[in-house]
Design a protein around this ligand. Structure first.
Ligand SMILES: NC(=O)c1ccc[n+]([C@@H]2O[C@H](COP(=O)([O-])OP(=O)(O)OC[C@H]3O[C@@H](n4cnc5c(N)ncnc54)[C@H](O)[C@@H]3O)[C@@H](O)[C@H]2O)c1
Length: 438
């Protein structure tokens, strides 16, 4: 394939070398003539393992050329990879000046090209940028229509500096965010041979995944480092601790808990986090990330309360009260907090929870409710049908299958279902559905 690459930094230069190695004709474009000179001399503009040899080889093969002329590069290629820098601005926003300028230039150049061209944005871009900012610039400057005369897509880059050629050949996955089949087919030709899954998604989701991955990496590093700072004062070997943590591939290094849903609670996580923070404080160890977890959890509870308040309805039927489905444990249940907040806002509330009802019949949890939550205990009903009948908004906090089936069957067209448990919107449910964050 004939490919142009705009921006010959780490991402662009490694892509140029690897694509030429794979037999494609590649033209590299950069505003920095020093980088172009290096490449045309068969040298690498970035220090990366294997790049000196690879660049010498691919330039020698005649498959690589360089230019500062964007229009020429566009004429000589069917696909353009855009890899210009998107650094932080002083206020923390993304400085998109390079990619905006380039899009304008590419749009003007596109006017004179009479075959469809595919623009693959590989620079990390704030979600929405490709569709809401870059596509309109390209369309306006070219007078052409995206999806017909040319195509845009977003393909996040996952290489790491220092091992970028290896990462290029062994990415965790290939993700292409596109609105049509054309760019997906092109990128399958270029990257379909790689030993990883190839996923297609919306442009915005692909942009978001890139941020999410980097944020998760930063979170992991910080988690290990905060744990190590605490281990240091406790005289515990931090490597041993983190190694053992990583050996749990059921709950720790796994998909467990990595799903959007409602706030955590229960008899362990909140109290153990608090104890960790207190311990750290006693030793003058500052753990901002750990401290942020409980604060963030509270924000999530606020979010659920806001969803109910936004519905404008005053009679709430809450389905689920325990901190998770399948237990009657009410200790630190975030649903109890939601219930208290709604009562505090003057809303009327009725509660149904199959396990809590059963346990209060058995007497197991009765004392806890009587002692700690008498105000909520008085609102718990044993009859789901009555709770649904007397409510205008149904707040789902349980994913108990039988209960949810019943709720969906009973819910009326004039009701709103606010779903905290990701039980989903079923076909045939009469009520209006509102997901917590989905
Ligand atoms: N470095 C990485 O490991 C890495 C990994 C994944 C994603 N990314 C993302 O990829 C993008 C590029 O990162 P990088 O580290 O390669 O950046 P870089 O700063 O090393 O290189 C960017 C290049 O773009 C050139 N450029 C600027 N404006 C241009 C224009 N109008 N036309 C042509 N070239 C132009 C610059 O001269 C520079 O050579 C960024 O959005 C970054 O966030 C980087």
């Amino acid at each position: 394939m004939n490919i142009s690459i705009f921006g010959l930094g780490y991402v662009g230069a490694v892509s140029l070398a690897c694509l030429a190695r794979d037999g494609h004709h590649v033209v590299g474009v950069d505003v920095d003539p020093a980088k172009l000179k290096l490449i045309s001399d068969g040298k690498t503009p970035v220090v990366e393992e294997g790049m000196i040899e690879l660049m010498a080889k691919v330039v020698g093969s005649g498959l690589v050329s360089v230019t500062t002329d964007a229009a020429q590069a566009l004429r000589d290629s069917e696909v353009s990879l855009i890899c210009v820098g998107t650094p932080s601005a002083a206020n923390g926003s993304q400085d998109q000046s390079a990619v905006l300028r380039l899009a304008e230039q590419l749009g003007v150049a596109l006017r004179d090209i009479d075959r469809p061209h595919t623009f693959v944005f590989r620079s990390t871009l704030v979600p929405g940028t490709v569709e809401d900012v870059l596509r309109p610039i390209l369309e306006k400057a070219s007078g052409k229509q995206e999806g017909r005369d040319f195509f845009v897509c977003f393909q996040p880059e996952f290489l790491r500096e220092g091992s970028s050629i290896r990462d290029y050949d062994h990415p965790p996955f290939t993700i292409v965010g596109a609105n049509s089949a054309e760019p997906v087919a092109r990128l399958k030709q270029l990257f379909g041979h790689l030993p990883c899954d190839f996923h297609t998604t919306s442009v915005r989701a692909a942009e978001t995944v890139k941020y999410c991955c980097n944020n998760f990496h930063a979170l992991k590093i910080t988690f290990a480092n905060e744990t190590a700072r605490l281990c240091e004062v406790l005289g515990v070997n931090p490597f041993e601790v983190m190694d053992l943590v990583c050996r749990d591939t059921q709950l720790n290094i796994s998909r467990a808990y990595m799903k959007p849903g409602f706030a955590f609670g229960g008899s362990c996580l909140p109290k153990d986090l608090r104890a960790t923070l207190y311990l750290a404080k006693q030793h003058d160890v500052v753990l901002p990330m750990h401290a942020g977890i409980l604060a963030s959890n509270r924000v999530h509870i606020d979010h659920a309360v806001d969803k109910v308040l936004e519905s404008g309805r005053r009679r709430v039927g809450m389905v689920g009260l325990a901190f998770k489905t399948g237990t009657d444990d009410l200790r630190e249940s975030p649903l109890v907090t939601v219930a208290e907040r709604l009562i505090g806002k003057g809303l009327s509330l009725l509660v149904y929870d199959p396990e809590v009802h059963l346990s209060s019949l058995l007497g197991a949890n009765r004392r806890f409710i009587e002692e700690h939550l008498p105000h909520i205990g008085a609102l718990v009903r044993s009859d789901l049908e009555a709770v649904v009948a007397e409510s205008d908004v149904l707040l789902i906090g349980s994913s108990d299958k039988r209960t949810i089936q019943e709720v969906k069957r009973l819910a009326r067209a004039d009701q709103i279902v606010v779903d905290l448990a990701n039980v989903g919107e079923s076909q045939g449910m009469a009520a209006q559905y509102v997901g917590l964050t989905w």
